[in-house]
Ligand binder design. Structure first.
Ligand code: NI
Length: 137
């Protein structure tokens, strides 16, 4: 019987954002999004945990080479978002509210497109120590 194993890679990036609904007043956005609606943006230290699940290769014993996975995350996610203003500097969030929910979906889609279809993918994103999201749910 082939047994699946999950392999995890933890990464980190810093980014600024502002959560708001265009057309709402600053007061309405503050009411909905709290400090995250600050019109002058603010930063978060995002922790990213990428989980890849698959059957270890009979020859190498690897589900995926971690150095390959690490390079993939760096090139596709960290280089794209680290030290960026998500609203202003990225096309992904030019018109998409950069909530943790939307960020995890964007990162999932980016990585999913690069991974072998035989591998399962799950992404967890911490916006703070206590607030985090995961996709698939
Ligand atoms: Ni925020």
């Amino acid at each position: 019987m082939e047994r699946k194993v999950a392999i995890f890679r933890k990464e980190h990036f810093n980014a600024a954002h502002r959560l708001y609904v265009p057309g709402w007043t600053d007061e309405q956005n503050l009411e909905q999004f709290g400090k995250c609606s600050n019109p002058h943006y603010h930063g978060h230290n995002y922790e990213l945990i990428v989980k890849v699940t698959g059957t270890p290769d009979p020859k190498t014993g690897y589900v995926i080479n971690l150095s390959v996975l690490s390079s993939l995350i760096r090139a596709q996610v960290l280089d794209r978002f680290d030290h960026k203003n998500l609203n202003l500097d990225t096309k992904e969030f030019a018109s998409l509210n950069p909530t943790a929910e939307n960020i995890v979906l964007v990162i999932y889609d980016i990585l999913r497109a690069q991974l072998d279809p035989s591998l399962d993918l799950s992404v967890r994103l911490y916006e703070t120590d206590r607030n985090f999201v995961e996709y698939p749910a």
